[in-house]
Design a protein around this ligand. Structure first.
Ligand code: AMP
Ligand code: MN
Ligand code: MN
Ligand code: MN
Length: 279
C-alpha cells in the first residue's frame, strides 16, 4: 500500500490543542510518510518540529493556512514549501497576528453589548502562544458559563451570521496566493466544500493557484471525485489532510484521510521545474 501523508494539521501555534512534539509523535505512530502542520496564519510549529526530527522520521513539509477574504467571506488558502526564513513572509505573518489580536478585542466588545462580559486576559490565556482565534473566544464563553459548548458560540454569536462576528480582513485571496509565491511556496484552496469556496476555483486559478484540497474530513466520496476531476481538467495539483485540531476535534484524526504520497511528489516536481525555469 502506498504510504499516506497528512498535509493539514493544527498545533498550539494556532487553534489546535496539541504541541508540535505531540503531533510529531502521533505522525510517527501512524507511520505517515510526510506531514505538514498548517496553522492559521503561522509557521512557528515547523521550526520546533525541525529541531526534533531524527533519521527515519516522516518528512516535515512547511505549511500554513492563510485566512483570506473580501467583506464577510472567509476563504482559506493553504501554503506549502515556503522559504520559512523569507522576510516578507515573517513580516506579513506578524501583521496577521496583530490583526487577529485586535479583532479578538473587538469580538469581546460586541459580546459585551450582548451581555456577555469576558476579560481579554482570559482569552489571551486560553490562546497561549497563538494569536487569538474564534475558537479561543468560544472556549472563554464556555468557561464563564455563557453557553454550553463551542458550537453554540458559533451558531449564536461568532459564526459568519452571528451578531458578534468580526471579519479578519487580512488580505484578499489573490494577495494570499501572491504572498505564498513570493515566499517560494505553492498555494492551494483549502476545503473547497466549506463556505462555498469551490465557486472561486476558476478565479483563483487565474491568479496562479497551484491546486485544491481534494481530501478533507468534510468532503464525502462524491466531493472527492468531483474535486479530483477538477484537478485533472484544469491541470492543477491536489492536496489533502485531516484538519486535525486535537481535542477541539470536529475534524479528523491525524492520518485519517487517504492522501497518497504522490501528491507530495507532484508538488516537489512543480517547485523543481519552476526553479529550473520550465514554467
Ligand atoms: P478564525 O480563524 O479566528 O476566524 O476561527 C475559525 C476557526 O474556528 C476555524 O478554523 C475552525 O477551526 C474553528 N471553528 C469554526 N466553526 C466552529 C465550530 N462550530 N465549533 C468549533 N470550532 C469552529
Ligand atoms: Mn481552526
Ligand atoms: Mn480552514
Ligand atoms: Mn484548517
Amino acid at each position: 500500500m502506498e504510504p499516506r501523508i497528512d498535509l493539514h494539521i493544527h498545533s498550539t501555534f494556532s487553534d489546535g490543542s496539541k504541541e508540535p512534539d505531540e503531533i510529531l509523535n502521533l505522525v510517527r505512530k501512524k507511520k505517515l510518510a510526510a506531514f505538514a502542520i498548517a496553522d492559521h496564519d503561522n509557521i512557528g510549529a515547523y521550526f520546533e518540529v525541525k529541531k526534533l526530527l531524527k533519521d527515519g522520521d516522516p518528512e516535515a513539509v512547511p505549511g500554513m493556512e492563510l485566512s483570506a477574504g473580501r467583506g464577510g467571506e472567509d476563504l482559506h488558502i493553504l501554503g506549502y514549501y515556503m522559504d520559512v526564513d523569507s522576510e516578507i513572509l515573517s513580516r506579513e505573518l506578524k501583521r496577521f497576528q496583530e490583526i487577529r489580536n485586535r479583532r479578538g478585542a473587538r469580538m469581546l466588545k460586541e459580546l459585551k453589548k450582548l451581555g456577555i462580559d469576558i476579560p481579554f486576559e482570559m482569552v489571551e490565556e486560553i490562546a497561549g502562544r497563538s494569536a487569538i482565534g474564534r475558537p479561543h473566544v468560544a472556549r472563554a464563553m464556555v468557561r464563564i458559563g455563557a453557553i454550553k459548548n463551542m458550537d453554540e458560540a458559533f451558531v449564536k454569536y461568532i459564526g459568519l451570521e452571528g451578531p458578534a462576528y468580526v471579519p479578519k480582513a487580512n488580505l484578499s485571496p489573490r494577495q494570499a496566493i501572491e504572498l505564498i509565491h513570493e515566499a517560494g511556496g505553492l498555494a492551494f484552496l483549502a476545503h473547497p466544500r466549506i463556505a462555498g469556496a469551490f465557486r472561486y476555483i476558476d478565479e483563483l486559478v487565474g491568479y496562479g493557484l497551484d491546486g485544491i484540497e481534494v481530501y478533507h474530513p468534510h468532503h464525502y466520496s462524491n466531493h472527492v471525485r468531483m474535486y479530483a476531476g477538477i484537478v485533472k481538467k484544469k491541470s492543477i495539483l491536489a492536496s489533502g489532510g485531516s484538519d486535525y485540531h486535537g481535542r477541539q476535534g470536529r475534524y479528523g484524526t491525524i492520518g485519517s484521510q487517504p492522501v497518497p504520497y504522490k501528491f507530495l511528489e507532484a508538488m516537489k516536481n512543480k517547485i523543481k521545474n519552476r526553479n529550473r525555469g520550465l514554467h
